[in-house]
Design a protein around this ligand. Sequence first.
Ligand SMILES: [Cu+2]
Length: 343
Amino acid sequence: MRNARHIVTITALILLSTYLMYAGLTSIGLMPTAASIQAGPIDWLFDIHVIAMSFLFSLITVILLYSLVVFRRKPGETGDGAHIEGNTGLEIFWTIVPLIVVIAFGIIGADNLRNVRAADPNALEVRVIGRQWDWRFEYPEGFSSTTLYLPVHKQVLLKLESSDVLHSFWVPEFRVKQDMIPGRVTELRITPTLEGEYPIKCAEICGTRHAYMVSPVVVVSQVAYDAWVTEQVALYEAELLASEGQPDARRGEQLYTQYCLACHSLTGTVGQGPTWKGLFGRENRPLADGSVVALVDEEYLYESITAPNAKIAQGFNANAMPSFSYLRDSQVYDLIEFIKTLE
Ligand SMILES: [Cu+2]
C-alpha cells in the first residue's frame, strides 16, 4: 500500500518535471528561424528528441532525489538497509522498452532523411566552391558570385566542391549541412521558404581563418531573382568581351592577389609554393621526381596552373597546390602575362 503511494507520487513528479523541462528548453529558442522545407522534418525530429531527453533526465533525477529525501536514514536508525538481490522483471522491462524506442527512432530517422533528401527534378543547380577561406557560387548561366542568391519556394541542388581541404556547407536557418571533400562532388538540396538574408558558415574546422569563412545567402522572390540573374549575365558578358583581346598583366596581377598570393611570393622568398621571381624563361627547372623542365615557357605555366599535379616542382609535394582549372582560359593567360613581367 505504501509502495503504491510512492509510485504514484514519483510518476506524477516525473511527468511534471518532464513538462517543465520541455517547456523551459523550447522557450529559450534552441533553433534559429526555420527558413526551408527541409527544416520541417528536422525540427520535428529534434522536438521528439527534446521530449525524450526531458523524460529520461526526469526519470533519473526525480527517482534519485526522491530516494535521497524520502528514504533517508531516520534519527536513531542503525541497522543495514534491505538486501535486494536483483529483479528479473525489471531487467526485462528496461531492456525491451529502450530497444523498441531506439528502433523506433531509427525508423523515424530514416524516414526523415528520405523527406529531407526528396529531389525535385526541376531544381536549380548551383556549383559551390569552398576554399581557405571563402565561398564562390557558379550559376548555370556561366557567371559566378560570392553571395548565394536563391529564389524562394524553389528547390536548389547545390553541387559542393572544395579546392583545398575539408569544408562543410551550413546555413543554420536551413538546418541541413553537408561536408565538402577535395576531389569529390557532394550534393545538398534546399528549398527556401522565407525571404531574407542568412549566413552560410563553414562547419568543418579548416585552418586559421575558419571562423571567418562566412558568406551571405539571400533568398528573394522569383521576380527579383530573375532580375538579378539578368544583371549578372550582362556584367559577365561585358567582362568576357573585355578580356577577349590581349592577355593583360594588370588583370593577371589582380588575379594573383585574389588567388595565388598566399603561397607564391614575387620577391624570391619561398613560401608554401615556389617564388615567381625569375620563373619565366628559367632553364632546367628541377622537378620533384629528379627530371627537369628544359624551359619554363607559357605551356609549362599553363599546365602548372590548370593541372598542378602533372609536374611537381622540386622541394614540394603533390596536391600542395589546388587546381585552378575552373579559371577561364583568358584569366590563365592574364596570369601568365603577369608572371612574364617578373624578371
Ligand atoms: Cu572551411
